[in-house]
Structures are given as structure tokens and as C-alpha cells.
Design a protein around this ligand. Structure first.
Ligand SMILES: CC(C)(COP(=O)(O)OP(=O)(O)OC[C@H]1O[C@@H](n2cnc3c(N)ncnc32)[C@H](O)[C@@H]1OP(=O)(O)O)[C@@H](O)C(=O)NCCC(=O)NCCS
Length: 158
């Protein structure tokens, strides 16, 4: 059950800029998502793929989003993020549950994702929903610091 009031709905055109702003703020953390600053917010807003994007909203405020990029081969690649000050309140769980429903409704047989090996919160969330670890990509991501980060591939058969 949500611990704060919010709803999950498909993304709309007017969500583009707030989605890009939340994304840019999370990129500033340089921790959970692959993108690092600087984020071109206008370009990110314009290019956001609304199909397969669900948002968590509290009134006009976007708390987080999930995107499923459906492939032609029956699997979907999932990415998600929740605004820092709204984490730990069930928003990520609600988004992921809705994304799994969306994927099933759209005929996908599997969801896949990549997660940094140190991202304990995200890995716990994915495991909670039945995702299993399928592989480790060693020193896969070069960060602007020069560090090379491992990533774990996870998958959920639907
Ligand atoms: C990963 C993320 C989406 C989780 O969103 P959230 O709204 O905080 O998630 P929830 O509150 O629904 O918590 C879901 C589960 O995650 C786990 N979890 C959450 N925060 C955790 C933490 N700090 N440490 C360990 N596990 C944690 C718990 O298992 C929790 O389930 P529970 O509440 O039933 O115990 C969020 O932390 C985030 O956006 N991080 C930055 C971006 C990112 O890493 N995206 C994923 C890239 S692969």
C-alpha cells in the first residue's frame, strides 16, 4: 500500500519537461543511473519516449517514472527512477508493479534490465518482484571519475 498519496498513470506530452528535470536531478547523484551530468534538459524532454512510460504523480508533481522499451523479440528493457526525496515510500514498488502489468498487457514474455552492482536499493526492489540475476558485466561502465563499474543483468519471465 502507498505510504504517501500518489497515482500511477501513463505519461503524457506535458510530462516531458518535468520528467527530464527529475532525470537530470537523479543524474547529479552520479550513483544509480548511467547518465551523468550535464543533462541537456530540453533535448531530453523532446526525445522522451512516452510509449511505455508510466509516471507516479502527486497532483502536478512527478515523483518518479518507469519506462519499458518493447523490443521486436518479445522482451522489454526496463529503466526507472524515483526523485530522491520521495524514495522509500513505495513509489518504486508501485511503478514496477504497473510496468509488469503493462508489459503483460502488451504481450511481452520477459522484462530485462541492467543495474549497477552497488545499487542495493534497486536490486532489492527487483528481487522483491521476482527478477533474477542473469549475469555480471565486469567493469562495464566508465564513469566520468575514471572508475569502471560492474553491472548486473536481471530478468523477469512474465
Ligand atoms: C531504486 C528506486 C527506484 C527504488 O524506489 P523507491 O520508491 O525508493 O522504492 P520503494 O520505496 O518501493 O522500495 C522498494 C523496495 O526496495 C528496497 N529498498 C528501498 N530502499 C532501500 C535501501 N535504501 N536499501 C535496501 N533496500 C531498499 C526494499 O526491498 C523495498 O521494499 P519494502 O519497502 O517492501 O521493504 C530508487 O531508489 C531510485 O530511484 N534510485 C535512483 C535511481 C536508480 O537507481 N534507478 C534504478 C536504476 S537500475
Amino acid at each position: 500500500m502507498p505510504r504517501v498519496p500518489f497515482e500511477i498513470r501513463p505519461a503524457r506530452d506535458e510530462d516531458r519537461l518535468p520528467l527530464a528535470l527529475v532525470f537530470a536531478a537523479i543524474a547529479e547523484e552520479r550513483d544509480g543511473i548511467a547518465t551523468e551530468p550535464p543533462v541537456d534538459v530540453e533535448a531530453r524532454a523532446a526525445s522522451w519516449t512516452l510509449e511505455g512510460t508510466l509516471v507516479a504523480v502527486d497532483g502536478d508533481e512527478i515523483l518518479g517514472s518507469v519506462h519499458v522499451e518493447a523490443s521486436r523479440h518479445g522482451f522489454g528493457e526496463l529503466g526507472m527512477a524515483v526523485a530522491r526525496d520521495r524514495r522509500g515510500q513505495g513509489v518504486g514498488s508501485a511503478l514496477l508493479a504497473a510496468a509488469i502489468d503493462w508489459a503483460r498487457e502488451n504481450g511481452l514474455h520477459k522484462l530485462s534490465l541492467g543495474v549497477f552492482a552497488h545499487n542495493a536499493a534497486a536490486i532489492a526492489l527487483y528481487r522483491k518482484f521476482g527478477f533474477v540475476e542473469e549475469g555480471l558485466r565486469v567493469k562495464h561502465y566508465r564513469r566520468s571519475s575514471g572508475e569502471l563499474w560492474d553491472a548486473i543483468d536481471m530478468g523477469l519471465l512474465l
